[in-house]
Design a protein around this ligand. Structure first.
Ligand code: 5AD
Ligand code: SF4
Length: 501
């Protein structure tokens, strides 16, 4: 019987990616997505724990859902309530204690076992799965295939080993894990075949990427050869940039690629026009990655590179392992190799012990660099992190005031950046309908939201737009030219050929 599924996603793009994969995993079991929890037999909250507010929002949503579940049960219909993601990982059994209506709690590394967990919950068991097994998750999830539109996300790395003192990620997402190059490349090709022209490579610490190098495992090569023959091929040419370096599956830990090399490799997919990656750590901007910004036109001239603070004292207390000047130097190097590159960042204000002078150093850094956009947050103590135990926590009032000050400066910079682009011609990937009828919206290479009067036939195309107007968080423009990326002819789905035993 068809069942209805509602997934509510909180937090980062990685959670959005995971939610899409969960929906794919459940579709063959008869779960169809619906737009509201009220209609759903299974509700999954895919949660975020990075800041306090996010977790509190989950608890308040759970309150609402538990009443909804009660009402449905009274009407003779059940509802399975699941909490996934980082709040689930961090809170575990506490979640079920605080909210008994919850049936399933599972962390980001357990999604691939969702069907089995749902079956257990249906038998009336409480299900709690918060172990770390990243590798199996990627091995066992079905291949990502949802046509996610022209701009797609691809998770290449998960977890983090850096242990910034304020951050829950190393605890909720676990140790750093990079997916092998072949797996990432295959997923990128599938996304492009399904219509994506832009791919954003995702990871909590994405430039820590060190995927196993590209030699496709023997079994995979043999299976593809059989499929090609079954489909009529009589001759097969084995391809590779350095094909006689082929050595099947490399032993664990031997031969890995950094992010720069991975991007270079993916840029060879012809119909992939744009590549982005997020989120990075300044200490891992290695030469190869900086050179990728110089050499690979498809790598967009925009980098989200969190600095958190401009004060060396605070950076040290945060265990960031770089100084403000290191950050300045990286920005300088990137600007030298790619003069048009624009930057975005994350900032935390009111870290324990942050003085007025420390905060002033952050403002100085912001003024010097000039950001195209940025995110800034009040420090929030996360249970289990070292900073939460520090004694010199600042009063909320101080944090609020500093945040207001910093956000005003960042907003001025963003508006100024947008205003400077008036008169420029930029390439825009039109991703969706705009707010007004007859309008489409997309992103410039610099990640600006661009609104433009254009017909639906241009959806999914890269067009040249002349920017005519700047707002606080978007720009508007007029169509200058439709670029020669012709409407995409989508490949028919590949049929799995039967392989004779
Ligand atoms: N308090 C406030 N902001 C935080 N971030 C991470 N942990 C915290 C915290 N405890 C911010 C950082 C990070 C972004 C994703 O969230 O700026 O880069
Ligand atoms: Fe968290 Fe990023 Fe630091 Fe890792 S590098 S601990 S994800 S802030």
């Amino acid at each position: 019987m068809a069942q209805k599924l509602f997934i509510k996603t909180y937090g980062c793009q990685m959670n959005a990616y995971d939610s899409a994969r969960m929906a794919e995993l459940l579709a063959p079991l008869g779960f169809a997505a619906v737009a509201a929890a009220e209609e759903a037999d299974l509700v999954i909250l895919n949660t975020c724990h990075i800041r306090e507010k996010a977790a509190e929002k989950v608890y308040s949503e759970l309150g609402r859902l538990s009443r909804l579940k009660g009402a449905r049960q009274a009407a003779g219909r059940g509802m399975t309530l699941a909490v996934a993601g980082c709040v689930a990982q961090a809170e575990g059994a506490e979640l079920m204690r605080r909210q008994p209506a919850v049936d399933l709690v599972f962390g980001p590394q357990a999604y691939h076992r969702l069907p089995e967990m749902i079956a257990r919950a249906a038998r009336g068991c409480f299900v709690l799965e918060t172990a770390f097994e990243v590798e199996r998750k990627f091995d066992e999830l079905p291949e990502a295939l949802i046509p996610g539109g022209p701009a797609a996300f691809l998770t290449i790395q998960e977890g983090c080993d850096r242990f910034c003192t304020f951050c829950v990620v190393p605890y909720t997402r676990g140790a750093e894990y990079s997916r092998p190059v072949a797996e990432v490349a295959a997923e990128a090709r599938r996304l492009v075949a399904a219509g994506a022209s832009e791919i954003t490579l995702l990871g909590q610490n994405v430039n820590a990427y060190h995927g196993r190098e590209y030699s496709r495992p023997v079994a995979e090569v043999a299976a593809e050869a059989r499929r090609l023959v079954a489909a009529g091929a009589s001759e097969i040419t084995l391809l590779g940039q350095n094909v006689n370096a082929y050595h099947g599956r490399a032993p664990e830990g031997v031969g890995s690629w950094g992010l720069g090399r991975l991007i270079a490799h993916l840029s060879e997919i012809e119909e992939l026009l744009r590549i982005r990656y997020t989120t990075s750590h300044p200490c891992q901007m290695d030469d190869e990655l900086i050179e990728a910004h110089r050499d690979i036109g498809k790598l967009m001239p925009f980098l989200h590179l969190p600095v958190q603070s401009g004060s060396d004292r605070v950076l040290e207390a945060m265990n960031r392992r770089h100084r403000a000047d290191d950050y300045r130097r990286i920005v300088e190097r990137l600007r030298r190799v790619r003069p048009e590159i624009a930057f975005s960042s994350d900032f935390i204000v009111g870290y324990p012990g942050e003085s007025e002078a420390d905060f002033a150093a952050t403002l100085d850094l912001v003024r010097e660099i000039g950001f195209a956009q940025a995110y800034s947050f009040k420090y929030s103590a996360r249970p289990g992190t070292p900073a939460a135990l520090m004694e010199d926590q600042l009063p909320d009032q101080v944090k609020v005031e500093r945040l207001r000050h910093l956000q005003a400066l960042l907003a001025r910079q963003q508006r100024a950046f947008n205003e400077r682009s008036i008169g420029e011609r930029v390439e825009v990937l039109l991703e969706r309908r705009g707010r007004r009828p007859g309008q489409l919206a997309g992103r410039s290479p610099h990640m600006q939201v661009v609104n433009v009067a254009a017909g639906d036939e241009l959806l999914g195309r890269v067009v040249e737009v002349e920017i005519t107007d700047a707002r606080a968080v978007s720009v508007a423009g007029r169509l200058a030219d439709a670029r020669p990326n012709a409407p995409r002819q989508l490949a028919p789905p590949i049929k799995e050929a039967r392989i004779p035993a």
